[in-house]
Ligand binder design. Structure first.
Ligand code: ATP
Ligand code: MG
Length: 231
């Protein structure tokens, strides 16, 4: 994928693969192009060159809402919770572009979200904008789950959260993945993300510079030096 903003190229022809059932992480410094990668996959920003294949189908020119319909669901950077809507209304927005066939299916999915995030069940009538940062992150992931992702795109879910909440969010992401949802995760918290990933990619100024199993990258001195804050 090559992606540009006007005349400035943000992704210089990167190639990445996420196999069904995998948890794959993308790490990289601020401005490396992580969010751009996510936005290209979900279709909210077009490719300048290249292609995106999802489940054997070329989705390069497919509109974003149709990608949602196909199961490509993004929880955006900064959470994007609808501040004036309640928790329940936010969750309902998650299935807006991918409606349920039956009420039972809807109710089961809400229950599944509440099982992952009991806090959301307790706070279902609270207005989204008044939730704490950690709770809003839970809501953003819960809302994405309402669309029954086949590929869940998570952009920096740990951003701005306390260490305890980060641990909890990562555990839940692992559990979502173990229960069968393919996950592409963007993270600055490389330690947590790499230790939980099947594979990872390192992005530097719009280019993939390393790829391998999460644990292999975690043990790599150059990665430690650049992304784990240890020499
Ligand atoms: N709408 C835009 N218009 C112009 N340039 C943009 C736009 N969005 C992103 N960029 C540029 O593209 C590059 C990649 O940005 P991107 O948001 O993908 O980085 P990132 O890896 O997600 O960074 P961060 O860790 O800070 O979220 C940056 O140089 C950024 O300034
Ligand atoms: Mg970003």
């Amino acid at each position: 994928m090559t992606v540009a903003y006007g005349r400035i190229e943000a992704l210089h022809g990167i190639s990445l693969t996420v196999e069904e059932g995998e948890l794959v992480t993308l790490i990289g410094a601020n401005g490396a192009g992580k969010t751009t990668t996510m936005r290209a996959i979900s279709g909210v920003h077009p490719l300048a060159r290249g292609s995106i294949i999802f489940d054997g189908q070329d989705v390069t020119r497919m509109k974003p809402h149709l990608r949602v319909h196909a199961g490509i669901i993004q929880a955006p950077e900064g959470r994007g919770v609808f501040a004036g809507m309640t928790v329940m209304e936010n969750l309902e927005m998650g299935c807006f572009a991918r409606t349920f066939k039956t009420k039972a299916e809807h109710d089961e999915t809400v229950e599944r979200v509440f099982t992952f995030f009991p806090r959301l069940a307790e706070r279902r009538t609270q207005v989204g904008g008044t939730m704490s940062g950690g709770e809003q992150q839970m809501l953003a992931i819960g809302r994405a789950l309402m669309a029954r992702p086949r590929l869940l795109l998570l952009d920096e879910p740990s951003m701005g959260l306390a260490p305890m909440i980060i641990q909890q969010i990562f555990r839940i992401i692992s559990e979502i993945n173990k229960q069968g949802t393919t996950v592409l995760l963007v993270e600055q918290n490389a330690q947590q993300a790499l230790s939980r990933s099947d594979r990872a990619y390192v992005l530097e100024t719009g280019t993939v510079v390393r790829t391998g199993p999460g644990k292999t990258l975690l043990a790599d001195p150059a990665i430690k030096d650049a992304y784990l804050g240890v020499a």
